[in-house]
Design a protein around this ligand. Structure first.
Ligand SMILES: [Zn+2]
Length: 264
């Protein structure tokens, strides 16, 4: 709070209050969709953003922090997974589904989960490893109105909706950052994903380009961010993406690239 006050003093403005924003709601509503819609897998409704502002400004002015609900009770032997390295051969569809689920959880958005041939709407809460070494996504099934857990290796896909939820448990999924599958565990080169155009034969012979001097020998791996579609070239088979900006210059939440092709 002191830092904020100092910054405002430095700029010669008063510390902002929620009442200062009232006059700008129309502008925000007008710009919300086209400003942010293409930046995110799913854009939360502007009403939801607006409705939490008083709580945020209350906290800024020294009020109580919002109450965080308790975590879903652990089954005995379960281990909470917070780190991003999942040592599981879940393949690319599962990997990008987990990225979408983390994004949705961070934004309190209901996820449409494709699982064992069906679709269900869920509130995602945590990843835990069971005693028999399966990794479960703990979630609330909105349609059945009850807690459910899903084996991550059986998740077929995920889509973030624009339906928000009020958490009934603590959200224990890391809010940002990639789920990194170690190369040895995941046969990345051979996964057939609908997102990945797979080249079935060797690349057509082309005259070799003059090689750049700065250590650019060896193949280049091209990864694509599933969120903003930006492509990244890599000298190693690493799918983790650094913080980057999407098309219109806003920070993109994507942190795991989808393998596209190898250039020689
Ligand atoms: Zn991106």
């Amino acid at each position: 709070m002191d830092v904020l006050r100092q910054k405002c003093d430095f700029k010669g403005i008063a510390v902002p209050r929620v009442s200062d924003l009232e006059g700008h709601r129309g502008d925000l509503e007008g710009a919300w969709g086209h400003m942010l819609g293409h930046q995110l897998p799913a854009l939360p409704p502007v009403d939801v953003f607006w409705s939490v502002l008083p709580e945020f400004f209350g906290w800024l002015e020294g009020g109580p922090a919002p109450v965080i609900p308790a975590a879903y009770a652990s089954v005995s032997g379960e281990i909470l997974i917070r780190e991003r390295a999942l040592r599981l051969p879940i393949g690319l569809p599962g990997q990008s589904a987990l990225e979408i689920i983390r994004f949705a959880a961070a934004n309190r958005l209901v996820v449409e989960l494709r699982y064992q041939g069906g679709t269900r709407r869920i509130e995602p809460y945590s990843l835990r490893q069971t005693q028999d070494r399966n990794v479960l996504l703990h979630a609330w099934n909105v349609d059945r109105n009850e807690h459910r857990s899903y084996r991550v290796d059986r998740i077929e896909g995920a889509r973030s909706t624009n339906q928000t939820f009020t958490p009934r448990y603590a959200i224990e999924l890391t809010p940002a950052g990639p789920v990194v599958i170690p190369r040895a565990a995941a046969p990345i080169m051979t996964v057939r994903s609908p997102l990945v155009p797979v080249r079935r034969s060797a690349p057509p012979a082309r005259p070799a380009k003059p090689r750049k001097v700065q250590g650019s020998h060896g193949p280049t791996y091209v990864f694509q961010c599933p969120v903003c579609r930006k492509k990244f070239k890599r000298k190693s088979m690493t799918s983790a993406l650094n913080a980057h900006k999407g098309a219109a210059g806003y920070p993109c939440p994507g942190r795991t690239g989808i393998y596209v092709k190898t250039e020689y």
